[in-house]
Ligand binder design. Structure first.
Ligand code: DOR
Length: 453
């Protein structure tokens, strides 16, 4: 439990994270962490505790750099009935995140400096850093390039039409050429629209049995293969969003072996759930790309362990009940992720050791890399790019931290989530691993699993 002593305003408090195991890119050690004025001022065993410090108990816990989510649908502007920057950032903080990258499929689209500025401004009072991804094309319509230079000048480092892929190879080629010149990354939602058309779940044995039109794995893999070729042609940097198939992992492994500038992420639900979840036609399990097969899950886990997959990203996609409670063919795709991602990922990648899919068994350090410092680097939010995310946890370093109890078991209760929406596929399930405290820029925004504002 935390000893609650008065904290200063706006992260100016003195905070001690006491008795935990610090894990960051540099390794693992038992240490307390002292934070003053928003900066880490001491790291070491048994630190003296200043009289006015807020003490956060980390006994039995891991102390890691705050998690960084490369893929968050904040829904603001335009979708405030589902989520707002404020509610999503509270969910993020409770999930251990100190930074999220806002997807641009809002209404209006984040395809201009004015809309990007609006979201960045909303993020200024949020419980975590809110970085913005810009659209690749105007209105995400796939035709005219968005003003990428103008957006890059505001600090936008990643561009994507997420929700759809850029279908036209010529447009994608031009976008990559501009992106290269600007030093920014293009994130691709890999889905060939002609192959995916009319599908509501993975095309396979389950879709046949259920009589539901499916989306074949090839719809994703075709665009992964095409964009690898375009990365080769242009020298541009491509980040593959929410990969879901074994074939995609193999394609990215090949591209990396060749030395191309590509990175990839996977979502926690694709590491843990299969298309069989749709056997009851429950649209809470409808997501895009769809839940795939056990072979795909095993390949994604193995891809994480092998370093082919660079990051776990939530694809947090809130939807109001009326968009999720209808039949499968009309329900919106997407599921919540921010508050459950850590536990689901730990269970999929660490606790899987020894089971039949145990190829994915990884150390805590390597799983934290997927959740914190590697995504921080992809988003350009790390210290190397002038940011303060992803650690390392050291003197004069950033005070963005997450304290995790890896053995706490808890039940997911949709009515107790901070998100404004309820569409979690984990409702009623027991998960292991929970965020105890989150410190954002020196301010304890979550203490004992409770948001402080
Ligand atoms: O399931 C999804 N939902 N996949 C996407 O790519 C978009 C997202 C959304 O915005 O709801």
């Amino acid at each position: 439990m935390a000893e609650r002593r008065p904290a200063g305003a706006g992260g100016r408090a003195t905070v001690v994270v006491r008795g935990g195991t610090v894990i960051d890119e540099t390794g693992e050690r038992r240490a307390d962490v002292l934070i003053s004025d928003g900066t880490v001022t001491a790291v070491g065993p048994d630190l003296d505790i200043p009289a006015k410090a807020t003490v956060l108990d980390a006994g039995g816990c891991l102390v890691v750099p705050g998690l960084v989510d490369l893929h968050t649908h904040l829904r603001q502007p335009g979708g405030e009935e589902a989520e707002t920057v404020e509610t999503a950032s509270r969910a993020a903080a409770l999930g251990g995140y100190t930074a999220v990258l806002a997807m641009p499929n809002t209404n209006p689209t984040i395809d201009s400096a004015a809309v990007a500025r609006e979201v960045l401004q909303l993020g200024e009072t949020a419980l975590c850093q809110v970085a913005v991804a810009g659209a690749i094309t105007v209105g995400r319509a796939g035709q005219c390039l968005a003003p990428m230079g103008e957006l890059a000048a505001l600090g936008v480092r990643l561009f994507t039409d997420d929700g759809t892929g850029v279908q036209d190879a010529g447009v994608m080629r031009r976008a990559l050429e501009y992106a290269r010149g600007l030093g920014v990354t293009l994130g691709q939602h890999c889905e060939d629209a002609t192959l995916a058309a009319g599908g509501h779940m993975h095309e396979g044995a389950w879709s046949s049995r259920l009589g539901v039109p499916g989306v074949p794995a090839a719809a994703e893999e075709l665009m992964v293969a095409r964009d690898i070729m375009l990365a080769r042609l242009t020298g541009g940097r491509v980040h593959f969003l929410h990969l879901s198939t074994a074939g995609s992992v193999a394609l990215v492994a090949g591209a990396k072996a060749e030395g191309l500038d590509v990175t990839a992420e996977v979502a926690p639900h694709h590491l843990s759930l299969t298309d069989g979840e749709l056997s009851g036609y429950d649209a809470v399990f409808k997501v895009n790309p769809p839940l795939r097969t056990e072979c795909d899950v095993a390949a994604l886990r193995a891809g994480c362990a092998a370093g082919t997959i660079d990051a776990v990203a939530t694809d947090h996609a809130p939807h109001p009940p009326e968009q999720k409670e209808g039949p499968l063919d009309v329900a919106a795709p997407g599921m919540l992720g921010l508050e459950t991602a850590l536990a689901v990922t730990l269970e999929a990648l660490c606790a899987a050791a020894g089971d039949e899919k145990g190829k994915g068994a990884m150390s805590l350090h390597d799983v934290m890399a997927l959740l914190s410092w590697r995504p921080a680097r992809i988003a350009g939010l790390d210290v190397g790019h002038g940011g303060d995310q992803g650690g390392p946890i050291g003197v004069d370093g950033p005070a963005n931290l997450c304290v995790i109890d890896p053995s706490e078991r808890w039940e997911v209760d949709p009515d107790h989530l901070a998100s404004r929406s309820r569409n979690t596929p984990w409702a009623g399930r027991m998960l292991t691993g929970r965020v105890r405290h989150t410190v954002y820029r020196g301010e304890p925004v979550v203490i004992d699993a409770e948001a402080q504002r």
